[in-house]
Design a protein around this ligand. Structure first.
Ligand code: GAP
Length: 592
């Protein structure tokens, strides 16, 4: 992951610091288990945060599952060890760890290097080189300042291990990505997709990574939420229909630009980038376009978002190409989403390690006539000759015929069974080359994977919405959240503490809730304070009931960003607010 630092000239506390403070105070997110001292990398989303996260997940589901016509599943978060032996996570899902000789604190060695040298992609360096860089630059422990030169750098596996059931006979792991829950169910999922490619399966759920140094609040946590789409495609099949995305503007930072001395990110469109070959796979291009529009729709500032291609040494063990969507946070680029071409890596591995087939039968456009080398062994010879091994000998003969028909050119043919060579006269193998008509073939589909980190999306949306201004000579902080994403859509207040006003306000709140709007009722403190509270939470509108309301059946509606106010009939509120929420009408367009 790249968290490339760009210097922030601002001496003020960075927006992140203010945002994290606001998040705790207003119930967005805070470190978990605080009563017991808290533990790094675990965060609780409070009432506002849980609602915002839920809205982001719903918006994702609507765009990437429902609108694309894909299935959604919900798999367990603990999976048995063989799954991760097959997937490669046991062997390769590691980060580089260096331990401080003085304070004993563990650090990610590649981060220590990236944070203190000109290296931008230390994750891709071999361990001995990282050790050399630490020594050469005399890098020190970020916690206590002791020198790290000469310390061993080790691979540290990021998976949380557990035991399934009593004892340790069945080891399991908390999944490090939701994706494996989809891959292992491919043999059933393809049936639900009626064995037709392409088809997509999505999942929103928790994943677990025992990060060496969790940091930046919810940006690097040990329990995270991912929203992943695994699209299974025929590598020889038609690509996506690009009509809807080809004109979508994107800022790209391809590997070639990163490697060039004067390389830079630049603006283009999805269509141009695919035509130029910069984005090699049209499916990846398709998802970059869909995602760019979707990020914007949930309030990501697109001037602070870019798509960066992974450098060769940076790619995960399963990926042949990968682009990350990165958002700018206080001068750093944070990975929001990975768009990976996983090829046939995962399905081939599970096919080889499990008892089921992870292939799909694809029909040719026209049946094909092909030559096939086949055997039809004489069992009256093989049975007495090889006894219990006769079946295995037949399997080996079949495999050999398919692989190397020239092996049957002589008088005898040799196969190996459990390391033992078995000689069979060719005349007893029934070897022949036949013409066969085939309607299709079994293939291992390729996988295109957009993988979104929901925690980082929530953080980005909040950070990009964070504003400070002055209202009536007073400083104000507010979150300019998109109305469809904001956790609370409308605050309803009685102007003063008065039974009649409170009753009317409560009634309005109940009516709006019944219409499906997210409403908070607040009658504590002066009205200015209540507005400020809702501004900080990012509530787009506030409705105030005053004494006139009791006569004219109208209320004051205040808009968060401009603080402009309009008087609207109570009877129209549900319809008007729903139109404001969906963007059908703007506050400016509303008549008094
Ligand atoms: N299935 C592919 C996969 O898991 P990844 O790049 O390792 O790919 C996908 O993770 C996304 O999950 C990242 O782009 C990031 O947004 C999020 N993510 C990964 N590790 C994270 C962590 N420790 N804390 C928060 N989010 C994380």
């Amino acid at each position: 992951m790249s968290e490339t630092d760009a210097p922030d000239a601002d001496d003020e506390p960075r927006t992140s610091e203010r945002l994290v403070e606001l998040a705790k105070r207003r119930g967005y997110f805070f470190q978990s288990s605080g009563a017991y001292g808290g533990v790094g990398g675990f965060y609780t989303f409070g009432p506002q945060g849980a609602a915002l996260k839920g809205n982001v997940e719903d918006a994702w589901r609507e765009r990437f599952a429902v609108r694309e016509g894909h299935m959604e599943i919900d798999a367990p978060t603990i999976m048995p060890e063989p799954v991760f032996e097959a997937s490669g996570h046991l062997d390769t899902f590691d980060d580089m760890l260096v331990e401080c000789p003085e304070c004993g604190e563990s650090h990610r060695a590649d981060h220590v290097v990236e944070d203190n040298t000109e290296y931008e992609d230390a994750e891709g360096l071999p361990i001995p080189e990282v050790e050399e860089v630490i020594a050469e630059y005399e890098l020190v422990c970020p916690s206590c300042g002791a020198g790290l030169a000469g310390q061993d750098v080790e691979d540290f596996n990021l998976m949380f291990a557990t035991n399934i059931g009593p004892g340790d006979a069945q080891p399991g792991y908390l999944r490090p990505e939701t994706a494996q829950g989809i891959f292992v169910e491919f043999p059933r999922l393809k049936e639900y997709a009626r064995n037709t490619l392409p088809f997509g399966v999505t999942q929103i759920g928790r994943a677990y990574r025992n990060e060496i140094s969790p940091r930046r609040s919810i940006i690097r946590v040990r329990e995270l939420t991912q929203a992943e789409l695994e699209l299974f495609v025929d590598p020889e099949g038609d690509g996506p229909d690009l009509t809807d995305v080809e004109d979508v503007p994107v800022t790209l930072y391809p590997a070639a630009e990163q490697n060039a001395a004067d390389g830079r990110a630049y603006e283009t469109t999805v269509g141009e980038a695919i035509a130029a070959g910069t984005i090699a796979d049209p499916w990846i291009g398709y998802f970059l376009g869909v995602a760019a529009e979707w990020y914007e729709s949930i309030g990501v500032d697109m001037d602070r978002l870019r798509f960066r291609q992974h450098l060769a040494g940076e790619r995960s063990h399963y990926a042949s190409d990968c682009w990350d969507a990165e958002s700018e946070i206080d001068g750093n680029w944070i990975e929001l989403t990975g768009f990976a071409h996983r090829g046939d890596y995962d399905l081939s591995k599970h096919d080889a390690h499990s008892d089921e087939r992870f292939t799909i039968f694809t029909q040719y456009d026209e049946p094909k006539t092909v030559e096939r080398a086949v055997v039809d062994p004489d069992m009256s010879y093989l049975g007495p000759e090889f006894g219990g091994d006769a079946g295995r000998v037949v399997e080996e003969l079949e495999a050999l015929a398919a692989r190397d028909r020239s092996a049957f050119d002589g008088d005898g043919v040799t196969v190996e069974v459990d390391g033992e060579r078995r000689e069979i006269p060719v005349e007893k193998t029934g070897f022949a080359v036949e013409e066969q008509t085939e309607a299709g073939e079994h293939i291992v589909p390729h996988v295109i994977e957009p993988s979104f980190g929901v925690d980082r999306l929530v953080y980005t949306v909040l950070h990009h919405a964070y504003r400070e201004d002055e209202v009536d000579g007073e400083p104000r902080t507010y979150l300019e959240l998109d109305p469809e994403i904001a956790p609370t859509f409308v605050g309803v207040f009685p102007l003063q503490s008065d039974d009649a006003l409170e009753e009317e306000a409560r009634e309005i709140a109940a009516t709006l809730r019944a219409e499906g709007l997210s409403v908070t009722y607040d009658d504590s403190g002066n009205i200015g304070r209540r507005y400020r509270r809702q501004d900080e939470v990012g509530t787009p509108f506030c409705v105030t009931v005053d004494y006139e309301s009791l006569d004219d059946e109208a209320v004051t509606v205040r808009e968060r960003d401009t603080t402009a106010q309009k008087r609207l009939p109570i009877a129209d509120l549900p319809e008007t607010l729903a139109a404001l929420r969906s963007g059908e009408v703007s506050f400016d367009e509303l008549a008094e």
